[in-house]
Design a protein around this ligand. Structure first.
Ligand code: ZN
Ligand code: ZN
Length: 346
């Protein structure tokens, strides 16, 4: 039995408290990771607040995990003690269904096992990265390239892969015009990745407050969606729109910005159903799609891509005592652009 220090929450309206949690003893293919940094994702907040369905409290959130391997099971072949590694939004899947076999474990037909608020194959609740240690089967561990600092690596495990995967799938590349809706944790990664893939990148943000950052991160242009002229001016412009916003938007207005055969991909997940006029899609054979994180192989590919192109999130490192305050600030978009917990302060 391995005990880990953690920060847990006991209910939807509760503050974080110190906790000790138990990690399983290493199975033959398990890796023990000493967590160094854990990013704070908006999903952590939705889950901690009970907004995404029933939660078995106490809950330790965190699915942007970066750390060092400190022990390995007897049959582990991919990692050794001292390796720099990461864990993202899932820690296991069936491994056997058609989607798992394709390396798309996030879409496992039996459901992937989320890093927290799930139940693992031993029947135990999963607890996430706001903790000192975690045990994960080696197939769900990725390697962090040497030239990415561990604190900056953490948000890549969710925000990075969530935006990388649709940009790859819908082929952001030279000659393509890509718009990123929302300039937050996800958006500021999408801008950098799409730019590095060679696309012409436009940010569509509510205001121009973060324009300088957007341009500095690689956007070619930046527009305020609060200005109605934006939608007139950019009508029919984009091959691909990545929508990172989890609030309900006027989807028809955004579809009108797509070219013939253009696609709008939602990675933000609004809690309420959206309404749209199908004519906005039919008119120019447009598509509306969704995308959820990425598979393990693709997550490794994303990390290697970020290393090669010197891409990193902009982060604000906080101590474990500052999680509640950080949550409040995320909810009012007062973060540039991701909070990362220094777990040595647990
Ligand atoms: Zn996340
Ligand atoms: Zn599966």
């Amino acid at each position: 039995m391995i005990t880990a220090k953690a920060r847990a929450v006991d209910g939807p309206d509760q503050s974080f408290r110190t906790a000790e949690i138990v990690r399983r003893d290493l199975d033959t293919q398990d890796v023990l990771i000493e967590i160094k940094y854990a990013g704070i994702c908006h999903s952590d907040i939705h889950t901690a607040h009970g907004e995404w369905g029933e939660v078995n409290y106490p809950l330790v959130p965190g699915h942007e995990i970066a750390g060092i391997v400190t022990d390995v099971g007897s049959e582990v072949t991919k990692y050794k003690v001292g390796d720099r590694v990461g864990v993202g939004c899932m820690v296991d899947s069936c491994g056997d269904c058609v989607n798992c076999r394709k390396g798309e474990e996030q879409y496992c037909l039996k459901g992937n096992i989320p890093t927290y608020a799930g139940v693992d194959k031993y029947g135990e609740p999963t607890q996430g990265g706001y903790s000192s240690h975690i045990v994960v089967t080696e197939d769900f561990v990725v390697r962090i390239p040497d030239n990415i600092e561990l604190d900056a690596a953490a948000p890549l495990l969710c925000a990075g892969i969530t935006t990388y995967s649709p940009l790859r799938r819908w082929e952001a590349a030279p000659g393509k015009k890509v718009a990123v809706v929302g300039m937050g944790g996800l958006g500021h990664m999408a801008v950098q990745i799409a730019h590095a893939m060679g696309a012409e990148v436009t940010v569509l943000s509510q205001s121009l407050k973060k324009k300088d950052d957007g341009l500095q991160l690689g956007a070619d242009s930046y527009y305020a969606t609060s200005d109605p002229e934006t939608f007139e001016k950019l009508a029919g412009s984009f091959d691909l729109i990545i929508n990172t916003v989890s609030a309900s938007l006027n989807m028809d207005a955004y579809f009108s910005l797509l070219t013939l055969d253009g696609t709008l991909v939602n990675v933000g997940a609004p809690g309420e159903p959206l309404s749209l006029h199908v004519m906005s899609l039919i008119g120019h054979r447009r598509s509306f799609a969704g995308s959820m994180i990425g598979g393990i192989r693709e997550t490794q590919e994303m990390l290697d891509f970020c290393a090669e192109h010197n891409i990193a999130p902009k982060i604000e490192v906080i101590s474990a005592d500052e999680i509640d305050e950080a949550y409040k600030r995320v909810l009012v978009s007062d973060v540039k652009y991701r909070f990362v917990i220094d777990t040595s302060t647990m």
